[in-house]
Design a binder for this molecule. Structure first.
Ligand SMILES: [Zn+2]
Length: 111
């Protein structure tokens, strides 16, 4: 099936086919903290996709009315709410950061 958005870069605002904007927004907030990093892991430090990332992916589908029934949607909403409160700290890992933190290379040092 075709999605009206890029699953790798879901928009912050729910797309037209979204049936649960709340789940969408919660998923989107979590999504920013769980991206594929340069080293192949998740930006949260877990192997990718981590538990939260999988929850996010289910959340996006559920928000579109896909894959889950109403009961599961409520369950997902609860779990996403819980995950979001865990991630309430304004920590925003940037996947492009990791490549700037190379351990000191021996040899040349420009001054
Ligand atoms: Zn993660």
């Amino acid at each position: 099936m075709r999605l009206s958005f890029d699953p790798e870069e879901p928009p912050a605002d729910p797309p037209a086919e979204c049936v649960s904007p709340t789940i969408w927004r919660l998923s989107h907030r979590l999504h920013r903290c769980h991206l594929l990093a340069d080293d192949g892991g998740c930006t949260c430090g877990e192997p990718f996709p981590c538990r939260s990332r999988r929850l996010v992916e289910r959340g996006f589908l559920a928000a579109l009315g896909l894959g889950v029934g109403a009961a599961s949607r409520q369950d997902l909403l609860d779990r996403l709410t819980a995950e979001n409160s865990l991630n309430a700290q304004p920590v925003r890992p940037d996947p492009s950061d990791s490549r700037h933190h190379r351990p000191g290379l021996p040899g040349k040092e420009e001054t």
